[in-house]
Design a protein around this ligand. Structure first.
Ligand SMILES: N[C@@H](CCC(=O)N[C@@H](CS)C(=O)NCC(=O)O)C(=O)O
Length: 200
């Protein structure tokens, strides 16, 4: 099994955490999609990480890859068997991934020459992040896990989002604004699979 990933991508990190949790051995093929000599396009026509090569087939998109790994290895479940419960976990994942896309859009916009940056675009993304964090703060209030009192792919997506956000957009001290989300993240981030995959 070979994972095409960059070490800073929150989407690739989701899969690195899933692989750690399921104790699956894999080869890490590091490739940064933004670099001129990247070979990501050889694996994913969309030029995005992560991609996973397994048994002669290449899978793309972190949500799809996580589902593939769950189907392949049912031990140490990250998506429940019961269908509605599984949709709830996928919903938490989609929310975290969507917020992450908005945060990445800001990060990329700020890399452009300042005269080309759009403050309207950045504000639009900030609105998604603000509402998204508020939603997550409510979802995890008083809880250790986002769904069904069990560790799941939903928790993985949220931790990968929040730690990427703190890593890349560190000027926003979100912890005091969203105390329940902060408490939840502090508890979960001690897990060995998160400790082993810190963005750097
Ligand atoms: N929905 C995709 C998003 C993947 C994604 O956007 N990856 C970023 C890195 S964090 C990327 O490779 N971007 C390169 C590009 O957009 O060209 C997933 O969940 O895998």
């Amino acid at each position: 099994m070979e994972l095409i990933a960059s070490l800073t991508s929150p989407f690739a990190r989701k899969i690195r955490v899933v692989l750690e949790e399921k104790q699956l051995k894999y080869k890490l093929h590091e490739s940064i999609p933004w670099e001129a000599d990247t070979d990501v396009g050889d694996y994913n026509p969309l030029g995005k990480v992560p991609a996973l090569v397994d048994e002669g087939k290449t899978w793309i998109d972190s949500a799809v890859i996580a589902e593939y790994l769950e189907t392949k290895v049912s031990k140490r479940k990250l998506i429940p068997d019961e269908r509605l419960a599984a949709v709830e976990v996928k919903h938490a994942e989609a929310m975290a991934d969507g917020i992450c896309e908005a945060a990445i859009a800001i990060f990329l916009e700020r890399k452009r020459p300042s005269e080309l940056q759009s403050s309207t675009w950045i504000e639009r993304q900030q609105g998604k992040i603000q509402k998204g964090f508020h939603y997550l703060n409510q979802q995890v209030a008083g809880k250790d896990y986002v769904c069904h009192n069990n560790f799941s792919l939903g928790d993985i997506a949220i931790i990968c989002l929040m730690e990427w956000y703190s890593f890349r957009l560190s000027e926003h001290q979100w912890q005091t604004e969203y105390p329940e989300l902060s408490r939840y993240c502090e508890g979960l981030s001690q897990r060995p699979s998160f400790q082993a995959t810190q963005p750097k």
